[in-house]
Design a protein around this ligand. Structure first.
Ligand SMILES: [Zn+2]
Length: 226
């Protein structure tokens, strides 16, 4: 297998997914792009962002045009690049380690997509991220706990109020959640309406949830903190 992998690397030398410079075969980003990540880190990471309804959301990076995070996120979401998702999941897990110790949960719930969307894309981006967090933190992932029942217009095409209305009754639970605490994972935080809808459903059924997003749109976070 190693020979085969060496041969593959020789024919298709691995490159940084952001700037295309040559890298070690296991690295997703070159060192220069890794250093760029520093500019995307949410300052004072002890402060959470916030959803439209005021629920705290923990996260790791700002989502900026031209940033390596944006490249990795788009690779996962639109090109089914699982390694980019696993990489984001590993980084997320490292940032969650202490928080999960003080706020333990029984399962990690990826924000679901409608099955039509999943068929189109071939994977669920949030599941790729959540399964990696689950692996690192030894907390079971619950990808089937919640399903998306409505196939409304894409959230990214909607304004703030439209996003919130679009998501009412968009999710359904497939198991009991009463008395249990979950970590709900989304890829990107814009208004937080998606996380609000998922958390509200769990709360209405007697459970509780901590919320996590891989990256925040800066304007969302910035308006609250600066
Ligand atoms: Zn690079």
């Amino acid at each position: 297998m190693r020979l085969l992998s060496n041969l593959f690397d020789w024919i298709f030398p691995p490159t940084c997914v952001h700037c295309s410079i040559g890298v070690e075969s296991l690295a997703l980003l070159c060192q220069e792009c890794e250093n760029l990540l520093e500019q995307c880190v949410i300052p004072n990471c002890e402060l959470p962002g916030q959803t439209a309804a005021g629920r705290p959301v923990w996260g790791l990076w700002y989502y900026r045009t031209g940033s390596p995070i944006r490249t990795c996120h788009r690779l996962l979401k639109f090109e089914g690049h699982e390694r980019a998702g696993s990489w984001m999941g590993k980084r997320a897990a490292a940032s969650l380690q202490n928080r999960m110790k003080s706020n333990p949960c029984v399962g990690i719930v990826p924000i679901p997509s409608h099955r039509v969307k999943m068929l189109e894309r071939g994977l669920l981006p949030t599941h790729v991220i959540a399964s990696e967090i689950s692996l690192v933190l030894h907390i079971p992932e619950k990808p089937n706990l919640m399903i998306r029942t409505a196939l409304g217009p894409s959230q990214s095409a909607l304004k703030r109020d439209e996003r919130i209305n679009n998501l009412k009754h968009a999710f359904a639970l497939k198991d009991h959640v009463a008395g249990r605490h979950f970590l709900i994972v989304d890829d990107l935080l814009t208004t937080g309406a998606t996380l609000d809808a998922a958390a509200a459903l769990i709360e209405e059924n007697g459970g509780t949830a901590s919320l996590y997003a891989i990256a925040f749109r800066r304007e969302t976070f910035g308006s609250l903190r600066h």
